[in-house]
Design a protein around this ligand. Structure first.
Ligand code: PMV
Length: 320
């Protein structure tokens, strides 16, 4: 049997993180420069039924049965077997590699789940559809991360910019929209590992204490996201910078920025960014800066000088 491989991209949230957990829309885009890859190979040399997991990036080489049952890779594989109805898979190996930075708000966990699900379901002769793949990755994220909105698994599965809204616990609305004119973003990694579950949990505590204020902040965020979608569709990139600034101001009030992110945002402004904000869970992880192409390398350098551990220049385009 030939090996089957699948990839899934990284992602960034452009507008609306956190408020999206509370029913407001958010906009996310795939980042195709970084990818997770899963390769499934038949392993007739191994005992019957063996599933061998190999993730050289994290030094993992272990049989599935010897791994903790709540490990996200184990959860993903069990769910794929369940969803495909395959009870006795042949001996196989699942090899995972990824260039997506871990715990930096670029969706590395969801991308690994999506890549495994795509490749393994195909290998088993029951290729799952995008909707099922996204749902499966969401279930794994939920077990692992608490109360995710579902935006990560969606943008990573469909590999297109999305306008995403969660309505209640079961219902999501996903709209793919046109990017009127591609625009350039510089991503800066603060180098601070910040689990999204912690910042999402802290926001929930704060919301429980003062629902009125937080609902107002979330509503204002939703309004900015709607305006940003219009601007992106119309190719009105000049309008996006000020909208990023407004979104960042609200994220500060929500309590998810931090000194390092603020320093990077300031450095991006000084170097000529049209707008900048944190991206993802906050308290660390990434920030993004909107820029004209010419300024992108200068902004990337300024971010490194201000303490970013990594930068990436990327163009947001529609689905080609
Ligand atoms: O940290 P990230 O990029 O996985 O993004 C989290 C986005 C939040 O809105 C904070 C949480 C969520 O599940 O939508």
């Amino acid at each position: 049997m030939p090996a089957i491989s699948a990839t899934a991209p990284g992602k960034i949230i452009l507008f609306g993180e956190h408020a999206v957990v509370y029913g407001q829309p958010a906009i996310a885009a795939p980042i195709n420069q970084v990818k997770a890859r899963a390769i499934i190979s038949a392993r007739p040399d191994l005992p019957k039924g063996t599933i061998l997991l190999q993730a050289p990036n994290i030094g993992l080489e272990q049989a599935l049965v010897d791994m903790p049952g709540d490990h996200p890779l184990v959860l993903t594989i069990h769910r794929v077997l369940q969803a495909t109805g395959v009870k006795q898979p042949p001996a196989l190996s699942v090899r995972i590699t990824s260039t997506i930075p871990i715990a930096a708000g670029m969706g590395s966990g969801a991308a690994v789940s999506v890549a495994i699900t795509r490749a393994l379901s195909k290998f088993l002769g029951h290729p799952l559809q995008d909707k099922q793949i996204s749902q499966l990755a969401f279930e794994v994220e939920k077990l692992y991360h608490g109360t995710p909105s579902g935006i990560d698994n969606s943008v990573i599965t469909y590999e297109r910019p999305i306008f995403f809204t969660r309505h209640g616990s079961e219902n999501v609305e996903m709209e793919f929209f046109q990017v009127g004119r591609p625009f350039t973003i510089v991503i800066g990694d603060s180098g601070i590992l910040s689990p999204t579950s912690t910042s999402v949990g802290d926001v929930r505590k704060a919301w429980l204490k003062d629902q009125e204020t937080y609902e107002m902040l979330f509503n204002q965020t939703g309004e900015i996201v709607r305006q940003a979608r219009k601007a992106i569709e119309n190719g009105d990139n000049a309008a996006l910078g000020p909208l990023m600034e407004k979104n960042q101001e609200l994220l500060r009030k929500i309590g998810v920025s931090c000194d390092k992110l603020e320093q990077l945002i300031h450095a991006a402004h000084q170097a000529g960014a049209l707008g900048a904000k944190l991206s993802g869970g906050g308290r660390g992880g990434n920030m993004i800066a909107l820029t004209d192409d010419d300024f992108a390398p200068k902004i990337a350098n300024a971010l490194i000088a201000a303490g970013a551990t990594n930068t990436m220049i990327t163009k947001i385009i529609g689905k080609s």
